[in-house]
Design a protein around this ligand. Structure first.
Ligand code: ACO
Length: 336
């Protein structure tokens, strides 16, 4: 059979480091509060770059490491909640930067679960034979849209900027248990919770006369809102369920997984997920301390850093899982 294999991984984090102490100077918050509740010590903020600019850097690295020429790419999938512009999608801006006119560019909007949805789409296209090389990118610029007033401080301290990219290619899989490929993805959403973690405006909701007007900006509707406690409870439960679903589907158990790469929303969420699954925390690769929550970029950045740290090596069985706004959640089991 033909399987989808991750051929190269790249990431780009803007160089500007913003520590919790730096935030103390511009917001009513404290290093102690942020560390204790989230595990975050610092994050990266852009100076002025756009989301597609970060994605471009991560993509170049992924292509180089995959030893794939950009001209071999026949689909771009771009996962982000912070696109350069409302439309067209950031995928078109990345495609223009890469100089690939004519190559399809698909934006997906599944927030923190965006990369998992992207892996599923890439896997399905490759297995169908429609495309042979796909560039999948997750990238975010959060720092240009944070509410630094006391109203927004619960959410604004969590997020950072960054990008991660993977090149996924079609490969023959002879031994399903040994050869590198994506085993399966398991996707979920529950729109009943859409307003528990969201940005209301700009938008065309029945509640609005205009997509965006001065009043909406004055009311802060263009900033993120989060019901932190609800997110915490659902994230823990849903990520554990998504991991178990992938294991059951593949008739495996938790001891066979070499590395767990979870979305990085909050260190306490990941510790709780690890505890529920009965796995030691050294099998979970966390980056939230350094980068905060980079939403759709988090999992490919984690892959990039795990490879650099020698924690992710070819042939390893990797479980990824994420939870985010929507609510959306899911998992992917793959052999790297
Ligand atoms: N700095 C200092 N104090 C703050 C801050 C801040 N940045 N934010 C809120 N506070 C204050 C509140 O005003 C409140 O003060 P009060 O007691 O005087 O009223 C106090 O801290 C406690 O606020 P809570 O909201 O009850 O804090 P909680 O213990 O629930 O922790 C947190 C908040 C960390 C957001 C928690 O709910 C959580 O971890 N939720 C998970 C959400 C998450 O991880 N989201 C990531 C993005 S979504 C995703 O990626 C899936």
């Amino acid at each position: 059979m033909i399987g989808a294999k991750i051929e190269g991984v790249g990431a780009y984090l803007p160089p500007k480091v913003v520590t919790n102490s730096d935030l103390e100077k511009i917001m009513d918050t404290s290093d102690e509060w942020i560390r204790k509740r989230t595990g975050i010590e610092e994050r990266r903020w852009v100076d002025h770059e756009s989301t597609s600019a970060l994605a471009y850097q991560a993509s170049l690295l992924a292509l180089e490491r995959a030893q794939v020429s950009k001209d071999e790419i026949d689909l771009i999938i771009f996962a982000t909640l912070s696109p350069d512009h409302d439309f067209p999608g950031a995928g078109c801006f990345l495609q223009e930067r890469l100089g690939l006119p004519g190559v399809p560019a698909l934006d997906i909007r599944q927030q923190c679960t965006g990369f998992i949805y992207g892996l599923s789409i890439a896997n399905t296209y490759i297995k169908s034979g429609e495309y042979r090389k796909i560039l999948l990118v997750g990238a975010e610029v959060h720092s240009k849209g944070l509410d630094k007033s006391p109203k927004g401080r619960d959410i604004s301290v969590l997020f950072g900027d960054g990008a991660g990219a993977v090149v996924i290619g079609a490969h023959p899989v002879e031994d399903k248990g040994c050869d590198s490929h994506i085993y399966s993805s398991h996707l979920h959403a529950d729109g009943r919770f859409a307003k528990e973690l969201w940005i209301a405006a700009p938008g065309t909701s029945e509640d609005f006369e205009d997509r965006l007007n001065r009043q909406m900006v004055d009311d802060g509707l263009h900033y993120g809102y989060m019901n932190g406690k609800k997110v915490f409870a659902h994230a823990t439960k849903s990520m554990v369920a998504a991991v178990m679903e992938a294991l059951e589907y593949n008739q495996m158990d938790v001891s066979q997984v070499d590395l767990f790469l979870f979305h990085q929303a909050n260190l306490r969420i990941n510790s709780m997920v690890a505890r529920e699954l009965g796995i030691s925390e050294d099998r979970v690769f966390n980056t939230i301390m350094k980068y905060g929550n980079t939403t759709a970029a988090t999992i490919p950045i984690g892959m990039n850093d795990a490879i650099a740290a020698g924690k992710l090596q070819p042939g390893m069985l990797v479980m990824t899982a994420a939870f985010g706004s929507g609510f959306t959640w899911g998992s992917t089991l793959l052999r790297y």
